[in-house]
Structures are given as structure tokens and as C-alpha cells.
Design a binder for this molecule. Structure first.
Ligand SMILES: [Cu+2]
Length: 635
């Protein structure tokens, strides 16, 4: 390879062998974590669901569009965020001890790998994490006090208030960025009894070094150390963490231009907490937001490039999570004892329960994200005034990767962390003779029935049930539309599928239950251990199997792969999984063949179930990337 990764900063990080604290027993942690939760009126035995929540009337409030994180001037320049003056961003982490806290200023444990090659940041951002002030999610519920979020970078959290979903980050390829995240989360017992205030912020699916991946753990950085002096992945209240994103596509290290492979372009990403053993409660508590990447073809402007609906007016992220509301307090709650997962009966969509959204009669791009923690969605468009209508729409991407061309569909199925960019043409659909002729409103409706948090049923509910609606689109007037009709887009070239590289190594991962939680090949996560090592540039075949009748969305960090076969059947052109993927959804009994090649960076990353309750209960393995690799068949 062409570049030596930056030397690991090691002064403050004794290795595991040198006596990093042993990992606490998971089950005792789960019990300890749950003991403080008020579960009034809620069954807590395994398999129980926190239902029902108090009734709420749908469609009383408009769906918010989450604000975009504003850019800060560069450090040293006029208008720069004051945090940069106090501590200038550095290539190697700022591990100097902050006398005010006794901790290193920065939580990061590694230098920014490849930064000397991929370039200094050209844009800077700051966000502060903290408690969300009492906030309305529905007019019939009390103000919510259990959420954490992030603000727009201001130092005074009473003025620039933390919000959830956290602000949307918008970036462009070939413009490196630095995002400083500052932890101002309260110390002490968390509101509602759930949430861990030491956090790790993962940019889901970005191709980045382990230093800025926001991963859950790294054996060389002190494993699961709760000690800020020996932890290099989490950052604690009072610390900051500088995430460097090169905004280069995979393959940049072997590209003389350092740009990478255009076919590896990513679009709809999200960032979320990844605190080892506490990811589910922290994501549920609100620590998640969207990160969008544009490029010279997918430009964000409907007058250029692929001519997709313009951001931000007609390109709108819609993310959803299912809450359980404690009937006694009216507050969002979760049963941390249930390691099968969490199911709520209230859809929180961009921060509101079952909102409406006024749209013009034209094309919109919606970026759908299932934030989980556990629910699987199958999403349809429904005309509530004529539920018999079958209403098609366009799906243009899977996990943020554009297809070869738009696919026409009537539904999108998403496991937790999966994304779908869809284009809905409200004008064409509702025009005379159209599939939804005459409709004045359309529902985005989840019709998949799920009663077990560890798997959905295969039952699709009848259309037109208002309890299943995520958002009601209210149709306004016909307005000008310069976006291209997806029916006329015959190719997203040059963003095409890279050719498959035939693997020379095969590894099998069986996702199962046991050891007091969930496991991979019979083992629960051990943060002090690397399970296997990939060699840079060498393609691998991973066989994912699920037993016991459970579903698992399996996510690997760092590089995308391809689902080549599902249950022995090759995935071919036109299939909704014929694309690059970062989440491999496993349904009961599935055996999936997934091919993946590590490129560019070296270091340690996880593979885990993105039913994050399963992840927290052990369903994760760690892999290293280097230039030697191994061939362990059953990691
Ligand atoms: Cu799982």
C-alpha cells in the first residue's frame, strides 16, 4: 500500500496486557443498568412488550425538518467556534489533562489516519451533546424529559438547546470536514433511568479510520475501560472528540488522485451513539441524526447532475423510532431487562408522534431511516380515502447507495439501520387516471405486523389503519418541478456497481442466543479481543446464518459489501438488494453470502447486530484490518 497509517498515539493508553481493567460481566451490567428504571405498570419478564402507551390522536402537528448543523469558521479565523480557540484541533489527540476535570481534554485515542494524504479539513463543525430541555413530542402527552440530543454548536445550552433527532450534517465529496463533538451530558443518574453519559459517535457507513469511526471498543485502547485515562473510543462529560472525515471514496489510497472510486459513492448516512453495552438506550434516548453526502452527480440541486429533487426543500430525511410511553408518567420509557429487543407503539417521526406534512404536488425525495432499536418496517403509500388503491413509488437507493437505476415498488422493507431513498411523485400519482387519482392526502404506512422484538411476522396488515401511519402527507397545489422523472432515468452511471472480486477467504458467522444474551459463533463480545483479521485488498466471503427463528440486521463498519446469495439464490440485477450494502438483514432461517473487501485504512472495527439491544447483549465481533490478515474460518 502507499501510505503508512499515522502512528497510534499511545502515551496514555496501556495495552490490555499491561493491565487494562477486566471487562465486567455483561449480565451483571444489564441488571445494574436496569435496576434504576421505573417500570410502573410495565411487565419486565423476557419477551414482554411495554404496551399499551396512552392514546394519542394522529396528525395533530406538522413533521419537523431537522435543522442542518451550521458550519463554523476555521480555527483561528473570525467567527470560529470559541471551542476551537480554547483547544485547536490537532492531528494527534489532545490527551493533555484538563485541570478542570482531571481528564484528557479529548476522548479520542488515535491520530487521524491518512489525514496528511487526504487533506486538512476545509469545513469545521461543532455540536454539543446534552439533555434536551422539556420538549413536546405530541400535544396530548406531557413535555418529555428523558431525551438527550445535540445542539448547533453554541456554548450556552439554555440558548442553543440540544435537540433530537440531532442536527443533520451535510457534506460533499472531496471536501474534508472536522466535526468536534463536545459532551455536556449531565452526570449522575440519567433521566428516566436509561442512558449512559459516556458516548461514542459512529458515522454509520462512512469509510473512515478507526480514530473517527466512533466504534464501541478497541482492545489496544483499553478495551471496555470506564476510566477516561485509558479509554480512546468513548468521550466523557467534559471531554470533546474531533472526528475527521476525509470525504474520500473507498479506494483513495491506491488512486493517484487520492479521490477513490466514484462507484463507491455514499449518500444517506446517519450518525448515532455506539457506546459499548449501552448503544440501544442511548440511541433510544435520542443520540442519533442524519449525515448526507452530495457529489458532482447527486448534487442536491434538481437543475444539475442526476436532477434529483433539490435539497433541502424537496429532499427530506424522515427517520423513525418506536417509543413506549409509560402511562403513569407520560414519559418515554424502555425495559432494559428485555434483551430480545424493544417494541413501542408510538411512531416518533423526526421528533413528533405521527405528524402530518404539507407537500406540493410535485416530486419529493424522502430519505427513510429505521432507527430501530428493534422494529422492522414494511412501508407503503396509502390513500386513506381509498385504501384499495395500490400506489407505486420509486426507490433509488439502499443504505445510501444509488441503484443502477430507479426501481418502481409498492413497498420498502427496512430492518433497523437500513435506509431507503424514495421519490414520490405526488402530482403524477394523484392526477386523473393515476394510481392515487383524486387523493388529497397520502399515508406513509408501516403495514408489517411485529409482536416479538426479536423478529417480525410475515403478515402484512390491511391498508388504511391509522395506528400504523408514520406520517400523513397533505397535498397542496401543483408547483414547478425541475427534477427528472425517475421513469426517465435509465442509469446512475458513473455511479455503478464495482465488479465483484472473487473471495479467497471464507468465514462463517452464526448469529445465535446464549451465554446470557446474544452471540456470534457461540461467543459474546469481548472488547479485549480481536476475533479475526482482514488483509487489505483481499476479498472475503462471509456467510451469515441465523438460527432459532430470529431476525438480525447485521452491520459491519468501514467497508460495504455485496449480498451475493440469499438462501442459495443469486441476487441479480433489478433486485432491491442488487447493490452495495452496509446492513445485511437476516430473517428467520436465512443463510446469506456477503462479499466484502477491506481497503485503505487499518485498525479495528466491529461487526454487530443492529437490533442494538442484541448488540448490547453480546452480538458483536471485532475485526482488524492490516496487511497480513488471517484465514480464521469461524471467528
Ligand atoms: Cu440481532
Amino acid at each position: 500500500m502507499t501510505d503508512k497509517p499515522q502512528a497510534r498515539h499511545s502515551a496514555d493508553h496501556p495495552s490490555h496486557e499491561q493491565g487494562a481493567p477486566a471487562r465486567p460481566q455483561r449480565r451483571s451490567m444489564l441488571k445494574a443498568g436496569a435496576s434504576s428504571v421505573a417500570l410502573a405498570g410495565v411487565a419486565s419478564q423476557a419477551g414482554a412488550v411495554l404496551l399499551p402507551s396512552p392514546p394519542t390522536t394522529p396528525f395533530l402537528e406538522s413533521m419537523p425538518v431537522v435543522p442542518e448543523l451550521p458550519e463554523s469558521a476555521a480555527p483561528g479565523a473570525v467567527g470560529a467556534n470559541p471551542s476551537f480557540a480554547a483547544n485547536r484541533p490537532t492531528l494527534t489527540p489532545n490527551r493533555a489533562i484538563n485541570p478542570a476535570t482531571g481528564m484528557p481534554f479529548e476522548g479520542r485515542g488515535d491520530a487521524h489516519q491518512y489525514r496528511s494524504i487526504t487533506g486538512e479539513p476545509v469545513k469545521y463543525y461543532v455540536q454539543r451533546y446534552g439533555a434536551v430541555p422539556p420538549v413536546s413530542i405530541h400535544p396530548q402527552l406531557p413535555l418529555q424529559v428523558n431525551f438527550w440530543g445535540a445542539n448547533l454548536g453554541g456554548a450556552d445550552l439554555t440558548v442553543d438547546k440540544p435537540m433530537s433527532p440531532t442536527p443533520t450534517i451535510v457534506s460533499r465529496y472531496d471536501q474534508p470536514i472536522l466535526v468536534r463533538r463536545i459532551n455536556n451530558i449531565p452526570t449522575g443518574v440519567p433521566s428516566g433511568g436509561f442512558g449512559k453519559n459516556s458516548i461514542s459517535m459512529h458515522l454509520h457507513n462512512f469509510h473512515t479510520g478507526p480514530d473517527s469511526d466512533g466504534g464501541p471498543c478497541d482492545p489496544a485502547l483499553g478495551a471496555l475501560a470506564e476510566n477516561p485515562l485509558t479509554q480512546g473510543r468513548f468521550f466523557f462529560p467534559g471531554q470533546y472528540f474531533d472526528h475527521y472525515y476525509s470525504m474520500r471514496r473507498a479506494g483513495f489510497a491506491t488512486d493517484p488522485l487520492r479521490k477513490g472510486d466514484i462507484r463507491e459513492s455514499l449518500g444517506t448516512l446517519w450518525y448515532h451513539d455506539h457506546r459499548e453495552a449501552h448503544t440501544a438506550e442511548n440511541v433510544y434516548k435520542g443520540l442519533a441524526g442524519m449525515h448526507i453526502i452530495f457529489n458532482e452527480y447527486d448534487t442536491g440541486d434538481e437543475n444539475t447532475g442526476f436532477k434529483l429533487p433539490s435539497y433541502p426543500k424537496y429532499d427530506i430525511p424522515i427517520n423513525f423510532i418506536d417509543l413506549a410511553i409509560d402511562p403513569a408518567s407520560g414519559q418515554a420509557t424502555v425495559d432494559l431487562l428485555n434483551t430480545d429487543g424493544h417494541l413501542g407503539d408510538k411512531y416518533l417521526v423526526n421528533g413528533k408522534i405521527q405528524p402530518f406534512f404539507n407537500v406540493e404536488k410535485r416530486r419529493y425525495r424522502f430519505r427513510l431511516l429505521d432507527k430501530g432499536p428493534s422494529r422492522v418496517y414494511q412501508i407503503y403509500l396509502t390513500n386513506p380515502d381509498n385504501p384499495a388503491q395500490s400506489i407505486p413509488y420509486w426507490r433509488i437507493s439502499n443504505d445510501g447507495n444509488l441503484y443502477e437505476k430507479p426501481l418502481l415498488t409498492t413497498n420498502v422493507k427496512l430492518q433497523p439501520a437500513e435506509r431507503a431513498d424514495i421519490i414520490v411523485d405526488f402530482n403524477k400519482l394523484t392526477a386523473p387516471g393515476g394510481p392515487a387519482a383524486g387523493a388529497t392526502r397520502l399515508w406513509l404506512e408501516n403495514r408489517l405486523v411485529q409482536t416479538d422484538p426479536a423478529k417480525p411476522t410475515t403478515t402484512v396488515a390491511a391498508a388504511g389503519n391509522r395506528t400504523n401511519v408514520l406520517v400523513e402527507f397533505r397535498l397542496g397545489a401543483v408547483t414547478p418541478d425541475n427534477s427528472r422523472d425517475p421513469a426517465l432515468i435509465t442509469s446512475f452511471a458513473p455511479i455503478t456497481l464495482p465488479p465483484l472480486k472473487v473471495p479467497t477467504v471464507t468465514r462463517t458467522f452464526k448469529f445465535g442466543k446464549g451465554q446470557g444474551g446474544w452471540n456470534v459463533n457461540g461467543k459474546i463480545i469481548d472488547c479485549s479481543r480481536v476475533n479475526f483479521t482482514m488483509k487489505r485488498g483481499r476479498p472475503e466471503r462471509w456467510i451469515f446464518e441465523t438460527g432459532g427463528g430470529w431476525a438480525h440486521p447485521i452491520h459491519n463498519h468501514f467497508v460495504e459489501g455485496r449480498i451475493v446469495r440469499r438462501n442459495g439464490v443469486a441476487i441479480g440485477p433489478g433486485h432491491y438488494e442488487y447493490c452495495r450494502k452496509d446492513v445485511v438483514p437476516l430473517y428467520p432461517g436465512d443463510v446469506v453470502e456477503y462479499w466484502v473487501t477491506a481497503t485503505d485504512y487499518v485498525g479495528v472495527y466491529p461487526i454487530h447486530c443492529h437490533n442494538v439491544v442484541h448488540e448490547d447483549a453480546g452480538m458483536m465481533v471485532m475485526f482488524r484490518v492490516d496487511d497480513i490478515g488471517d484465514t480464521i474460518a469461524v471467528p
